[in-house]
Design a protein around this ligand. Structure first.
Ligand code: GLP
Length: 243
């Protein structure tokens, strides 16, 4: 638990840097990093970029897989997760573009795109560390309440609560928010050798309480992290008020 979002973000960024360095990635043994979007990780990316600019860390031997992407939003749209990732992270670091993986929400065959994504993760040897955030309804990536805890990458319809929450990025107009997304599954996240989740703000407090202090339930997909042997949750004080 850290005092506020900036301190939680510094902690998470330092943690990731430490883990990548300890792994000593090489071209034949790259570090495979799962990544989220959202306002929670924004500051984390800022610190990672700063660390790269200071010469503290290189991403040359890092492979990334993003958690999710909207369906039918052009990748060039400013609110696509593709745009978000380049704007906040990839454009500022030394990552090889061919090492960046983001689901294609405009693929002609979405089901196939999802199967291929799982296949690509497998071929890279699985995800070493999955960084994530949570939704106020307890979703992880876009695994909305009711998602099977065994789910894999697939198409999901967004919960109304998520559409409303994300409308702040679409001129506060729920009509403009895509209603469907591609997302890694709960089991895809659980497969990672380590999971780090950043939770900040009192609007996440109820979801955090439900996930940590109540039973594992598909109605709160984040609670599945209770089943992971190496899950780290970094929260700020306001997110912990219900604990
Ligand atoms: C979206 C993303 C999630 C993210 C959540 C919370 O729904 N698909 O991966 O965790 O938003 O976002 P924020 O950090 O902006 O609250």
């Amino acid at each position: 638990i850290r005092k506020d979002a900036p301190e939680a973000s510094v902690y998470v960024a330092s943690y990731i840097i430490e883990r990548i360095k300890a792994f000593r990635p090489t071209p034949s043994k790259p570090f495979v990093l799962g990544l989220p979007t959202g306002s929670s990780p924004e500051l984390v990316y800022k610190h990672l970029v700063q660390a790269y600019k200071n010469g503290e860390i290189s991403f040359q031997n890092v492979i990334t897989f993003n958690m999710d992407e909207y369906v039918n939003l052009p990748p060039t749209h400013p609110e696509s997760y593709h745009s978000f990732m380049y704007k906040h992270f990839f454009s500022h670091i030394d990552i090889n573009p061919s090492n960046v993986h983001i689901l294609d929400g405009n693929a002609p065959d979405l089901a196939r795109e999802c199967v291929m994504y799982e296949e690509k993760i497998r071929r890279c040897g699985g995800i070493e560390l999955f960084l994530g955030g949570i939704g106020s309804d307890g979703h992880i990536a876009f695994n909305e309440p009711g998602s099977s805890l065994n789910s894999r990458t697939r198409v999901k319809t967004l919960a109304y609560e998520t559409v409303v929450a994300n409308s702040r990025f679409f001129d506060d107009d729920v009509e403009k928010v895509p209603k469907m997304a591609l997302t890694v599954g709960v089991a895809t996240v659980l497969d990672a050798r380590e999971v780090v989740i950043i939770v900040t703000g009192n609007h996440k407090a109820a979801a955090l309480q439900q996930s940590l202090e109540q039973g594992v339930s598909a109605m709160c997909p984040f609670s599945a992290l209770q089943l992971h042997e190496r899950a780290l949750i970094v929260a700020d004080d306001p997110a912990t008020i219900e604990l």
